[in-house]
Design a binder for this molecule. Sequence first.
Ligand SMILES: Nc1ncnc2c1ncn2[C@@H]1O[C@H](COP(=O)(O)OP(=O)(O)OP(=O)(O)O)[C@@H](O)[C@H]1O
Ligand SMILES: [Mg+2]
Length: 237
Amino acid sequence: MSGEPILTVRGLRCTIAGQQVVEDVSFDVPATGITAVLGRNGVGKTSTLRGILGLISRRGEVRLAGERIDGLPTHRIVRRGVGYVPEDREVFSKLTVAENLALAERQRTPRREFVAELFPDLVARRDQAAGTLSGGQQQMVSVARALLNDNRLLLVDEPTKGLAPKIVTEVADALEEASKTVPILLVEQNLEVVRRLADDAVVIAGGRVAHVGKAREILDDEDLTRRLLGVHVEHAQ
Ligand SMILES: Nc1ncnc2c1ncn2[C@@H]1O[C@H](COP(=O)(O)OP(=O)(O)OP(=O)(O)O)[C@@H](O)[C@H]1O
Ligand SMILES: [Mg+2]
């Protein structure tokens, strides 16, 4: 890794309803490429993203391009250029695709052409109610919403969850293309997707960082993946 990280997280602790859900998380997100957040269910991956965004109560130090953001309210963090694609997509189901996208536009010149090129299927379905789209198409809407603005960092939570293999590939393609323009912190449980997309990875266990390193080295470590991810990785052909 060269250059300043876009995000540094030091000693992040988060609570939900008085319960500690993130214990002591520290890691860097490089200014380019995709950094994966890995870990079993319930270890605190989503809470880590929500803590960075100030959506849940947090302590510790978070810097975006060197500047502290851990004391800021969520709307100011978003305005500084942190985009969020939440778990379970969260599109407005009764609104059309075009309406969903229009509501996400934050700046005078949104990147509509870029998004249209990345998701031609959404252009074709612009007048369809988002709730009637397939899961994969809804995920595309969710990612497209974040890409309309010039973000400095995207936080993307389990974008391929519950999608058919072919659609997983399409979502991964879109994220790969997007990552050429914006660094991404990606929570992802599909390890083939991680292997394909991620440069670096942070493994979380029990609300703490258990390991950081190159994503491929982590995935190639059978003992580590079995212990911390609870899976036996089929080595990619
Ligand atoms: N609203 C809430 N109220 C109480 N506890 C919560 C709440 N949200 C999350 N938690 C708890 O916080 C811990 C971390 O949850 P989190 O959603 O961050 O995990 P995760 O790693 O994203 O899991 P998954 O892989 O299932 O998405 C879990 O023990 C969970 O039960
Ligand atoms: Mg989660």
